[in-house]
Design a protein. Sequence first.
Length: 319
Amino acid sequence: MPEDKPVNVPKKGESAESFHKSLRPQAIPDFPPWLSGVQPQFSQIVKRVIYALNRLVRQAWRMGTKAFARRNPVKSKRVVLLVVATNKYLRFVEPLLASADRYFLPGHSYEVLLFTNLDDSMECRKLVEERAGRARGKVRLKHVGHSPWPMMTLLRYRFFTQAATAILGYDYAFYSDCDMRFVAEVGDEILGEGLTAVRHCVFHDKGRALFTYETRPESRAYIPPSEGLHYFAGGFQGGRSADYVQAAAECSKQIDDDLSREITAIWHDESHWNAFLWRHPHGLTMLDPGYCMGERMRTPYPSMILALDKDHSEIRSES
């Protein structure tokens, strides 16, 4: 079964609540339960064989998908890559864009909308000047004020809503954490009919009971205990520009409501993104965890976009 498409699709006119109630997620074991009765040394061998075969199947599916896309190319689209980078996070932007030039939607034009408080810095000016004449990867700067973590990640949807007019000038809009790196071709498979989301690399094989949704009913990011089919990563997301701007506006409103009551969702913007997708499951293009993979994580999914390892305390410090 292809991993990039939802297995279950809501019926036309069906409410999100009804749809999710009709499909109860089941825990998916990492390996077949019959391995528990196998001698340990043989069990490890079988596990490795299963892992290798699983990975080969997924790689073959990816290759087939991309081969089909090359034979049936999508008409060239105008795409904007949204990046938020303030203070020390700015150091990640140039390597991210260098990797995007090589791997992000080849065959389509893309520009970068960089939200930063350092728009007057030499580093930003150099980035804009060096990319000004390029066919792909031109950078436009949007000034935003800096606030201590986690406010800069929480407020991303506010920034996107404020820049809605600019974003709507493109066919598609995708957001990437600045501390990410494209490591394989990310092509037309991410261009859906609505929003695009990535199943989280930590929870792709876990049951609903382990999902880290917001559990406090007073938060606008709350998802009831018996609800939710998938847990999505916040590091890479997007879709058709009009759909993504609409999602950003709703998420921003929900976050502002929480903040007005001194509530911060457990996983910040990611919690609100998951709540939005739970409320609006229709038309979603669902990507496998390889599109937002931890740098050192080992899963059956080949990595397409890596979330880089780093010293979070150093990067987030204000000194």
